[in-house]
Design a protein around this ligand. Structure first.
Ligand code: AVJ
Length: 362
C-alpha cells in the first residue's frame, strides 16, 4: 500500500492509500501526533507506475536467458513478515552479529561518525524495521544530539511499521520516511538539505549486488555526498561455507518460502498463473567467489502465463533469484578504493563474522 495523498481536516489527518492487492482505495485515519512527527512525502510515484515497473521487470526477467527475478521484489507484506522471521531464525546469523555490534559498540559507532560535530541526518538505505539502527538512534537521543532519521525502503508497509514503532520507542524523534528505490530517494533527500550526512547501509544489503554493480553503486553514493560525510556499511564476511549455506538453506524452510512468495506475489499483482508447488528452492555457496545464490528450479516442463505471454520452463530449469555476496578484507578494501571513500573505522562482532565499516567521503 502506498500513500498517494494527504488530507488534513481539523486535527485529523487522512492518508489515502491504494491497496494494490485488492485494487481498493482506502482512507486511513492517522492521529495528529503521528503526522507532526513525520514528514509525509507526497512526491512519491503513483501506485500504477510502480505496478507497471514491476510488470516490466518481471516480464523482461522471465523472457531472458537464463531466467531471473529481482530480489528487491521479495518485500511485499508477506515478504516483509518472512524476512522478519528469517532475521529471528537461529540459522540466519547475520542479524545477530550486527545487532551485537549496534548494542555493544554504540558509543564507538557514534564517535566514528563524529556525533559531537553538530546536527546530522542519518539516512538508512533499506531500513526495514530498523531493529539494529534503533540502538544508535536511542543513543543519540539520550545524548541530546540533534539528528533527523531518514529511512528509505522499497516497502511502504515496513516503513509504516517502523515509523510507528520508532515514535513510540524514541519520543520526539524526527523521522522522514521515504518509499522508493535507493537513488531516487537519495536524490530527493540530498536536494532538500545541506545538513551533514551519514548513510547507513546495513545487514550486508550490499551483498545483493554483483561485485561490479556494488562498486558502481558505492561510487554513485560517494558522488552524492559532500566531503566529510559518512557511510556506515555492513559486510557479511567469508567464513565456514557450511555456516553460510545453513543461513540460506535454513531448517525451517523460511528462505524457501521467501523465494516462493515472489511467485505468489506475481500471481496476485500481475495475474500470472505460477503453480508454486512446481518450483523448488535451491541454494548454493561458492567459497572461491563468495557468491551465495538462490534459485527456484522448475520441477517439470511447464507453461506459465503472464500478460497474455506463455513462458515455457523445462524440467530443472533455474530462475536466478538472489545473490548474497560474502566478502574478504581484500574485497572490502577494493570496494572502498574503487568508490573513492576513505576507510576510517571498522567494528566487528565477537566471532568476527560480520563487520560494520565506517567510510568517509573525500
Ligand atoms: C537483506 C539482502 C541482506 O541477502 O542475506 C535473507 C536477504 N535473503 N535470506 C541477505 C535474504 C535470504 C538478505 N539481505
Amino acid at each position: 500500500m502506498l500513500p498517494v495523498d494527504v488530507y488534513i481536516n481539523r486535527r485529523q489527518a487522512y492518508l489515502v492509500l491504494i491497496d494494490n492487492r485488492y485494487g481498493l482505495d482506502k482512507m486511513l485515519k492517522i492521529n495528529h501526533i503521528y503526522l507532526e512527527n513525520h514528514h509525509i512525502s507526497t512526491t512519491q510515484v503513483g501506485n500504477a507506475e510502480l505496478l507497471d515497473q514491476f510488470r516490466r521487470d518481471v516480464t523482461r526477467g522471465l523472457l531472458s536467458q537464463p531466467k531471473r527475478l529481482d530480489a528487491k521484489y521479495f518485500y511485499d507484506e508477506n515478504g516483509d513478515a518472512l524476512f522478519q522471521a528469517i532475521m529471528k531464525s537461529p540459522d540466519y546469523y547475520l542479524t545477530d552479529c550486527e545487532l551485537e555490534i549496534f548494542k555493544d559498540r554504540t558509543a564507538q559507532l557514534a564517535q566514528l561518525l563524529h556525533i559531537d560535530q553538530g546536527p546530522i541526518e542519518l539516512i538508512e538505505l533499506g531500513a526495514g524495521d530498523a531493529s539494529k539502527s534503533i540502538h544508535l538512534l536511542r543513543y543519540l537521543a539520550n545524548k541530546q544530539i540533534r539528528f533527523r532519521y531518514i529511512p528509505i525502503d522499497i516497502s511502504a508497509h515496513i516503513l509504516r511499521v517502523l515509523s510507528q514503532e520508532l515514535s513510540q520507542q524514541i519520543p520526539g524523534i524526527q523521522i522522514q520516511p521515504e518509499t522508493g528505490e535507493y537513488f531516487d530517494s537519495l536524490h530527493r533527500v540530498t536536494a532538500k538539505s545541506t545538513c551533514r550526512k551519514a548513510v547507513l547501509f546495513l545487514g550486508s544489503n550490499i551483498g545483493n549486488m554483483e561485485k561490479n554493480q556494488a562498486a558502481q553503486f558505492l561510487r554513485r553514493l560517494h558522488q552524492m555526498l559532500q566531503p566529510g560525510d559518512f557511510a556506515l556499511i555492513g559486510f557479511d564476511l567469508k567464513k565456514n561455507p557450511q555456516t553460510i549455506l545453513r543461513a540460506y538453506q535454513d531448517r525451517a524452510g523460511l528462505t524457501s518460502a521467501f523465494n516462493l512468495n515472489l511467485l505468489q506475489r506475481i500471481n496476485r499483482e500481475l495475474g500470472a498463473d505460477f503453480e508454486v508447488k512446481k518450483f523448488q528452492h535451491f541454494q548454493n555457496y561458492d567459497p572461491l567467489s563468495g557468491a551465495c545464490r538462490s534459485f527456484l528450479i522448475s520441477v517439470d516442463d511447464q507453461l506459465v502465463h503472464l500478460n497474455g505471454i506463455s513462458i515455457p520452463f523445462s524440467a530443472n530449469e533455474p530462475i536466478d533469484m538472489e545473490i548474497s555476496q560474502k566478502f574478504s578484507h581484500r574485497d572490502i578494501s577494493d570496494l572502498a578504493f574503487r568508490s573513492g571513500f576513505r576507510r576510517v573505522g571498522a567494528l566487528y562482532d565477537q566471532k568476527q563474522w560480520f563487520v560494520d565499516e565506517v567510510w568517509r567521503a573525500k
